[in-house]
Each structure stands twice: as structure tokens, then as C-alpha cells.
Design a protein around this ligand. Structure first.
Ligand code: PRX
Length: 630
């Protein structure tokens, strides 16, 4: 066994050789001519000229050896449903879905927007798209109409796949009215909407546009839909994520590089092998769901568990019950899920037989030491923190236990993964920081296979956003602060930009500010992320009302705060709703008018706001304190 250090060094010294070897993990219809084309930096093209198909590699390739093996386990504690699909059955469903999409006019390169709850049909739709070379864009089910409309206008889908409703913690959330409203708001109009009827809520239908999935599924029985071979760099999907402006960023992923990167990560990072069972308790609307519910486990010939439900219903033992029931080998979730469990009876951790479980993976937000210790001791399994982003598609920093089981250091996700030329750099000079000195976590060109290839429809924004933030070097900025210790372990110290992380959900504070500002009672507003014991961070709003009379009494303030929360709910969805909105007469700004968000955040967290020489009106911070103390 090689050391992680040696593998990392080799992957950077000889990327062509290293990744050519990894590429053998998948089938290629036409072999690639070049491993890496770096002639158009900062763009990188991997496996140039190679033709492949992700759906072929995730399903068809396994049919000769594992047609009768379990591919997908679906469990919903919301509806009580359980469905199990073998690879042969999954193939049948995906081919049917592909045939339906083709019948509705979808062709290679067309976008299909998927706005779905956690049901198998969502996974069928994703794989059906990659089968026919259509580009899927999954939008988190239940996202508010305004956000959904912005994504419809950016992706310009020919078809939208959706359902009547989702369900969360026993509460049905009708999706169809949200979708209809989004289509009404959008300037781009999809030609067709394909609807799965779960019979959870009544669904109005538009006769000319809306199509019924169940009827179509019967109609296309027996259809054959061959995989469309794509050049490795043709897009597989676009996934929107939050940035510092209100305009969402469509992270575009390629085909060959992504398949190779995921297959490689399953062995080196997740220690998986064909026949294993992986349970990723996340959502298909997030990157963790794309990579580790849908694609990676199937690419590796494993079975994947797809779960609709929360970690505490019917009780806090549900995750462990599912581990026992389905013989789960790797469980992957977010630290927030574990923090939620900490409030439950610890005996629940010991009620089920966890002998199949080898490792617990946690990602998406900082893993605090007490939580890591609590769960590690509670279940007696190693916890593997891993750090990455929507943009990277797979872990950037982790203990790569499939390479070498380096000791974990609590508070650090580990060391840079093979393929990533990760540097901690000075934000002003771009020079590398010595161990112990805080800097920006950056990745020197090129990004390895599987990472974003560009922003959908906006190469300039891709270059401007990610590749110019670090001065004086050709480096991708993660927009995270970090520090490296003498042994090369990296510690993540929070974002450098205005992105916050609420219970593992990535939100732009500017998005929330724009939403609050759209309310006619608001003159000015600042939103910051404030530390929270359960959710990691929560959003907090500080607002100047347009008319002081509207915030004169405590009752007035409660009423306006309620209205503002409702506005965010409707426009961005409940995840973005601030924990509180406070009212002030002035916001802390520099003399040039720039909002001092970091000072507001420091005061809101009870810390020293630091150097305030540039502040226009020093009483502004006193007002923040006073408003919060009320
Ligand atoms: O700030 C980092 C934080 O989450 C951001 C990326 O979020 P998202 O695009 O939703 O992708 C999540 C993929 C797992 C990062 O820029 N983050 C993610 N993982 C960790 C983390 N912060 C600390 N520790 C982690 N393990």
C-alpha cells in the first residue's frame, strides 16, 4: 500500500499517468486521445476525444455480472413505502424514463429540470438524462417559486419533471402549485411537464402541457433506448448553488472526468467495493446527493439507499435501524444530522446491530470536536470528516482511508486528496502561508477530473469568480479560510465571502438581503451568519424600516418581522428564513458606504468587532447589541 503523501505527490507530478490509470475504472466506447488539455487555462479538459456515457457505466455495464443484485433501496418514513430495485429492474425503469423524455421531444444537449421529492423516479430521471445526453438540472424539491423561476430562466429546460408533493416530518408540501407559479414567473416556458402523482395532494393540470408519468410508463413498456455516447467534456449536468450575488451559479459538470473521479473516490476515500451498500442521507437536490446517492455507488457496482425522512422520525434510531435492516457498509450524512441526534436518548445508538457498518462519513459544514467524539464513541465506528464543495463534486480534503488510514485529528478533515494541488495562500500577496498561518484555501491549476468545467452559459463569470480572487497565481479560490499544521493537515476556518452554511445548506447572505429588501417596509438590510449550536450557523437580519412608525412598539416589530420572514419563505424557501430580523436606525458601514458585515457578525456572536477605524457611525454597533438584547 502506498502512502497518501506518495499518491498525492505522484498525482501532481504525473497527472497524465495517474489519471490515465484511473480512467480504466470505466468503459469507454472510444478511447481518449489525450488525458489533459491545459491549453486554455483556467479551463481544463480531461480525457479529450474519449467517448463514454455515465448511465452505461452506472447500469448497463453491470448487467452481465449483477443483473439480479440489489441496486437501489428506497425507504420513506414519510409515506411508509419501501421499494427495492435490482440492476435489471433499475435498467428497465431508466430506459422507460428515457423513452418518455424522448417522446416528449428531449434530445442530446437539451436541459431537463428535475423538481422532485426523494422518490426513485427522481433518480430514474437523472440517469435517463445522462443516458440520452440530456443535461439535467435538479432543483431541491420545495424550493420557493421565485428561486425556481430564476433557475428555469437560466437553464431554459425543454421539459420539467416533477411530482404532486413532497413530505417533510409528516407534513405534505405540495410542489405543483409552487412549480406552476414558478413557470408563470419565468420568461422561459418549458414545452412539457412530466408529473409523478404520489397522491399526496391534489394536482391541478394544464391540459396542453402537463403529462402523466404513470400513463406514459405503461405506454413505453418494452422500448429500447441505447446510450448516447458523449465526448468526455460534454456536460452531464448543471447544479445551481449560492454565491455572493442573488444570481444563482449553475455549476456545470463534464461526463468522463466526473465518472472517473467518482469511481476513484469510492475506492480511495470511501473504501467501497462492488456489492457494498452505501447510505447517503442527503437530498438529490444537493451535490452530495448527486455524487453519493446517485452516481458513485452505481458506478462502483454497489447498492445505494435513498431515504425520504428525517433522522428523528419515528425516533432518533431510524438511521441505525436502516443500517441494520439493509446491511449498510458506509453511511454518509452532514454534521447537523448528528447534532440533532445528540438531543435524543443515547441508548438509541445501541439498539441496533451495526456490525455491517464500517465508516461514517460527514461533510458539508465544520464538524465540531464534541459532535465527532460523541458519535464516534456512541457507535464505535471511525468518523471520516471530508471537505468539499458543489464545485468540486467529490472530496478535496479527507483522510483517504482506502489509501492509508492516517490518524484523524479532530477539527481537521485531513489532508489534500490526490489530484488537488491545494495551497493555503495569503489573500493579499497570493504567496503560500507557512504552517500555522491562516490563509485562503486555494487549488493551483488545473482542477482534477470531476470538478466543475465552467458556469452554465457564462465562461467569463467562471473565470472572474473563481480564478481572479487569489492574486498573483493561477489558482482556484474555494472562498474558505484555512490553516495547515506541520503534518500537512488542513483546518477549515469559515468562508471568506458572504456565503453562510445553515444546517449544511449553503446560502448567500446577499440573496436573503435581496429578498428582504423586496418588502416595501424595508429601507436597508444586512444579513449575517451567526453561530448556532444545532445548525452550525443561522441567518440573522438587521433592518432599517422605511417608516419608523412601523417599528414603534414591540408589537409592531413582531408584526413586521413576521411579514419579512414570510417574504423570504415565499421567495427563497424556509431554509433561507432568518432566525430573527432585528430593527435598527442605522447600519454599520465604512465611510465609503460598504456594509461592515464582519463587524455585525462579531457583535451578534458576542465577539470583539476588531478594528473600527473605518466605521462611519460607531453607535451603529451599539444599536445592534441593544436590538438583540431586547
Ligand atoms: O465552507 C465549506 C463548507 O461548505 C462549503 C461547500 O458547500 P456546498 O457547495 O454545499 O458543498 C458541500 C459538499 C460536501 C465549503 O466551501 N464545508 C463543506 N465541507 C466541510 C465544510 N466546512 C468544514 N468542514 C467540512 N468538512
Amino acid at each position: 500500500m502506498t502512502s497518501s503523501h506518495a499518491m498525492h505527490a505522484r498525482s501532481l507530478a504525473d497527472p497524465q499517468g495517474f489519471w490515465a490509470e484511473q480512467a480504466a475504472r470505466i468503459d469507454w466506447e472510444t478511447p481518449f486521445e489525450r488525458v489533459l488539455d491545459d491549453s486554455h487555462a483556467p479551463f481544463a479538459r480531461w480525457f479529450v476525444g474519449g467517448r463514454t456515457n455515465i448511465c452505461h457505466n452506472a447500469i448497463d455495464r453491470h448487467l452481465p455480472t449483477r443483473a439480479q443484485s440489489r441496486a437501489l433501496v428506497y425507504v420513506s418514513t414519510e409515506t411508509g413505502e419501501e421499494r427495492i430495485y435490482t440492476y435489471a429492474q433499475l435498467h428497465d425503469e431508466v430506459v422507460r424514463m428515457a423513452a418518455i423524455l424522448q417522446s416528449l421531444g428531449v434530445e442530446k444537449g437539451d436541459r431537463v429540470l428535475i423538481y422532485m421529492p426523494m422518490i426513485p423516479e427522481a433518480l430514474f430521471a437523472m440517469l435517463a438524462c445522462t443516458r440520452i445526453g440530456a443535461i439535467h438540472s435538479v432543483v431541491f424539491g420545495g424550493f420557493a417559486s421565485v428561486s425556481l423561476a430564476a433557475r428555469i430562466d437560466d437553464a431554459r429546460p425543454r421539459v420539467i419533471v416533477s411530482a404532486d408533493a413532497g413530505s417533510r416530518a409528516g407534513k405534505v408540501v405540495p410542489y405543483k402549485p409552487l412549480l406552476d407559479e414558478a413557470i408563470r414567473l419565468a420568461s422561459h416556458q418549458p414545452e412539457k411537464v412530466l408529473l409523478v402523482d404520489r397522491q399526496l395532494s391534489d394536482m391541478p393540470r394544464d391540459a396542453g402541457r402537463d403529462e402523466d408519468y404513470a400513463a406514459w410508463r405503461e405506454r413505453v413498456a418494452g422500448a429500447e433506448v441505447p446510450c448516447v455516447w458523449l465526448e468526455s467534456n460534454e456536460p452531464s449536468y448543471v447544479l445551481y448553488t449560492s454565491g455572493t450575488t442573488g444570481k444563482p451559479k449553475g455549476v456545470q459538470r463534464d461526463t468522463g472526468g466526473y465518472a472517473v473521479a467518482l469511481a476513484t473516490s469510492i475506492e480511495y476515500i470511501f473504501c467501497g467495493k462492488p456489492g457494498d451498500t452505501m447510505f447517503t442521507a442527503s437530498d438529490i437536490g444537493w451535490v452530495v446527493g448527486h455524487s453519493y446517492i446517485v452516481y458513485a455507488p452505481l458506478l462502483a457496482g454497489m447498492s445505494t439507499v435513498m431515504y425520504e425522512g428525517t433522522p428523528v422520525r419515528p425516533d432518533g434510531g431510524i438511521l441505525w435501524k436502516l443500517v441494520e435492516q439493509y446491511g449498510v457498509n458506509m453511511l454518509f450524512t452532514a454534521p447537523t444530522a448528528i447534532r440533532v441526534l445528540k438531543k435524543q436518548d443515547p441508548a438509541l445508538l445501541r439498539r441496533h446491530d451495526l456490525s455491517s457498518l464500517r465508516l461514517l462519513f460527514l461533510a458539508g459544514e465544520p464538524l465540531d470536536e464534541p459532535t465527532a467524539r460523541w458519535i464516534q464513541d456512541g457507535i464505535g465506528k471511525p468518523v471520516v470528516d471530508n471537505y468539499w464543495q458543489t464545485e468540486s463534486g467529490w472530496p478535496i480534503i479527507a483522510i483517504q482511508r482506502g489509501v492509508e488510514a492516517l490518524p484523524a485529528k479532530l477539527g481537521s478533515p485531513g489532508v489534500p486528496a490526490y489530484g488537488y494541488d491545494l495551497r493555503i495562500v495569503d489573500e493579499v500577496t497570493g504567496e503560500e502561508c507557512p504552517p500555522g498561518q491562516k490563509g485562503v484555501v486555494a487549488i493551483d491549476y488545473p482542477l482534477p477530473p470531476g470538478c466543475m468545467s465552467t458556469l452554465w452559459g457564462d465562461d467569463d463569470r467562471f473565470v472572474r469568480t473563481y480564478w481572479t480572487a487569489v492574486p498573483n497565481r493561477r489558482s482556484y479560490s474555494t472562498f474558505d479560510w484555512g490553516v495547515r499544521d506541520e503534518d500537512g493537515y488542513v483546518f477549515i476556518l469559515g468562508r471568506t465571502d458572504d456565503v453562510i452554511n445553515v444546517a449544511g445548506h449553503r446560502l448567500g447572505t446577499r440573496e436573503i438581503e435581496e429578498s428582504l429588501s423586496s418588502h416595501n417596509g424595508v429601507a436597508e438590510v444586512a444579513v449575517v451568519g451567526v453561530q448556532d449550536a444545532l445548525k452550525g450557523q443561522v441567518a440573522m437580519g438587521f433592518c432599517i424600516a422605511r417608516d419608523a412608525a412601523r417599528t414603534a412598539t414591540p408589537a409592531d416589530r413582531v408584526a413586521l418581522e413576521g411579514e419579512l420572514m414570510k417574504t423570504v419563505d415565499q421567495q427563497l424557501g424556509a431554509v433561507a428564513r432568518p432566525a430573527r430580523v432585528y430593527f435598527v436606525n442605522v447600519l454599520p458601514k465604512t465611510r465609503s458606504g460598504k456594509l461592515l458585515r464582519r463587524a455585525i457578525q462579531a457583535v451578534a456572536e458576542g465577539r470583539d468587532p476588531g478594528d473600527l477605524t473605518t466605521i462611519e457611525d460607531p453607535t451603529a454597533l451599539e444599536q445592534i447589541k441593544a436590538a438583540m438584547a431586547e
